[in-house]
Write a protein that binds this ligand. Structure first.
Ligand code: DC
Length: 224
């Protein structure tokens, strides 16, 4: 059985960067499952398909082929043969991904792709439904969160570093909108799995967050 670690949590909890660091420390791969939903969102945007329109999204889905490659341990997200890793990081794609990800057919397709990837490698998956759906049997499940204001502040600072000057209030508003959408959809909404360990990073440094997760992994796998 490969090592499987499930990390879930809301937007801006630091899942991606913390997961990257934890996976690097453990010498395993990291699958950012949000990137796959983002690639679906990008496909819909490019095709002029409203991601809120379930029947159009479902009809387009057979034409959407998403795979991931690892180059020097880093995930590359590939949409129909095109490397879209950097193109899926816009606010527009975030919103489209959040909307498209509520449709059961989209979720079914992504979940089975993710389960296949996880069965083939020692890997940490981060997302919204990893502990509750994708890897229900994972020996390590973490629910990573922080206060909404703290998450928005981190996102705001990260945006500024990337030259995006969206005001803090707007970042907070969009984050709340995505939380609302991700936590209240009918199919596999974001929630803490019963057997997940809560790690609240409000007031924690990045290193402290990484250490907290490594401690949980060590406890479960007895190594690292
Ligand atoms: O983690 P992220 O912000 O890159 O994810 C983008 C969107 O994809 C997010 O709003 C909800 C959706 N998502 C999901 O529904 N299930 C996952 N496992 C990962 C992401």
């Amino acid at each position: 059985m490969p090592i499987n670690i499930a990390i879930d949590g809301p937007v801006g909890a630091g899942k991606s960067t913390i997961s990257d660091a934890v996976a690097a420390r453990l010498g395993i791969l990291h699958l950012d499952t949000g990137a796959m939903y983002r690639a679906v969102g990008l496909y819909m945007l490019r095709g002029g398909i409203d991601p809120q329109d379930e029947s159009r999204v479902s009809a387009a889905l057979p034409q959407v082929n998403i795979t991931v490659n690892y180059v020097n341990g880093k995930q590359q997200t590939v949409l129909n043969g095109e490397d879209v890793t950097d193109l899926i990081r816009t606010g527009e794609v975030s919103a489209a991904a959040s909307a498209a990800s509520k449709w059961p057919e989209v979720r079914r397709k992504m979940v089975s792709a993710q389960q296949r990837i996880a069965s083939e490698a020692d890997i940490l998956l981060d997302g919204r439904d990893i502990g509750t759906r994708v890897l229900r049997e994972a020996p390590v499940k973490i629910y990573l969160t922080a206060d909404a204001e703290e998450r928005a502040r981190r996102r705001y600072v990260q945006n500024l570093e990337n030259g995006d000057t969206t005001p803090y209030e707007k970042v907070l508003e969009e984050l709340r909108k995505r939380d609302e959408q991700d936590m209240n959809r009918e199919t596999d909404p974001l929630r803490q799995a019963e057997d997940a360990i809560l790690v609240d990073t409000t007031g924690m440094t990045f290193e402290e967050s990484v250490e907290a997760i490594i401690a949980v992994v060590r406890n479960a796998y007895g190594t690292c």
